[in-house]
Design a protein around this ligand. Structure first.
Ligand code: F6P
Length: 354
């Protein structure tokens, strides 16, 4: 594997359009900085910022992205480029339009930083001959090609701290506290933050669970004088449910917007146990603010290596983390199959429930 420090290709002076697309994740700015700094210093690249994801590409809405523009941004949450959940093939978008915009702006290639929806769109564009390289991003940690995505560690830390706080107020009022975390169709944020916070049950999409089982854990914790803490992933389903809980329609890629299962569970738990129960949906708090040191390092390495992949003209590829190495994989490896929580990981955590 070729590393940033030891490259041999000689493609000098490419002009790269950079966009961040989909839900934001702490670490996006560190990726941008890593790519721009290494692109400038090692490969003589020039960068153009594309505003608000695919929307800015279709609308030719750009901003400067020089070395100066990325100064000190690794520690900032959000993305200096803005993001959106725009589908590049809808409206006046499409391959022809994107080719035209890139041609007019003299862009040789695109660097897209995004999750599953973004990478699926990127693959379609790469298949159509557009020069494109990706960086995987999601707080959900659900992309199968990479062991971790940046943003996940920060989200887990925020959720853990929030649950620590819920515990003290739960203790004061002898209540059961239900904390709902993000994660879409996988339970990684719930598993990690729930374990870190010592939750009495962790409910994840990969494991349907009966209300009776939840009630057993709640009563068991309460019987020892503990205020029960339940960590539930937004994509969790009770065994009596046929569909995921979604009350806010579909996003631009046709995926259900999740959130609200905690509020559904709380009255059921209260009724079945007689213990006053409150639900808190942590929501976008988990995506905001300063990235953790782990996420800054991972995101910076992803950005630096993405510049190398661009330089090597490995179109249709993205960077990924395998163990502690940053590797290059085809977009297809990240798509099609979600990286779900293995049942043995949940079984391990469940030894401590109740
Ligand atoms: O994919 C990241 C994520 O934060 C999910 O965990 C969540 O379901 C979704 O995005 C929320 O999307 P939005 O920011 O569009 O409401």
């Amino acid at each position: 594997m070729e590393t940033v420090a030891g490259t041999s290709c000689q493609n000098i002076g490419m002009r790269i359009g950079v966009l961040t697309s989909g839900g934001d994740a702490p670490g996006l700015n560190a990726v941008i900085r890593g790519a721009v700094l290494v692109g400038h210093t090692q490969y003589d690249m020039e960068f153009v910022g594309i505003r608000d994801g695919w929307r800015g590409l279709v609308d030719a809405d750009f901003q400067p992205l020089t070395r100066h523009d990325v100064k000190g941004i690794a520690k900032l949450g959000g993305t200096i480029l803005g993001s959106s959940r725009t589908n590049p093939f809808e409206g006046r978008g499409g391959i022809e339009r994107i080719n035209q915009v890139m041609g007019d702006a003299k862009m040789d290639a695109l660097l897209v930083i995004g999750g599953e929806g973004t990478l699926a769109a990127a693959q379609r564009l790469a298949d159509a001959g557009i020069n494109i390289v990706g960086v995987p991003k999601t707080v959900d940690n659900d992309l199968s090609a990479t062991d971790y995505t940046f943003g996940f560690d920060t989200a887990v830390n925020i959720a853990t701290e929030a649950m620590d706080r819920l515990r003290t107020t739960g203790d004061s009022h002898h209540r059961c506290m239900v904390a709902e975390v993000m994660g879409r169709h996988v339970g990684w944020i719930a598993l990690h933050s729930g374990m870190a916070a010592g939750a009495h049950a962790i409910l994840i999409p990969e494991r349907k669970t009966s209300l009776e089982e939840i009630v057993r854990w709640v009563k068991s914790a309460a019987s020892r004088g503990r205020a029960p803490l339940i960590c539930v992933a937004e994509g969790f389903m009770l065994d009596s449910m046929n569909d995921i809980h979604s009350e806010r329609g579909l996003d631009a890629f046709g995926r259900p917007r999740l959130g609200g299962i905690g509020e559904q569970l709380a009255p059921l738990i209260e009724e079945a146990t007689g213990i006053e129960t409150r639900a808190t949906t942590l929501g976008h708090i988990q995506r905001g603010g300063t990235p953790s040191a782990f996420d800054r390092v991972l995101a910076t390495r992803f950005g630096m290596n993405a510049a190398r992949v661009l330089h090597e003209r490995q179109w249709g590829h993205m960077v990924a983390l395998r163990g502690t190495d940053v590797v290059t994989v085809p977009f297809g490896d990240a798509l099609g199959q979600l990286k779900t929580v293995p049942m043995e990981r949940w079984d391990e955590a469940a030894l401590l429930f109740g």
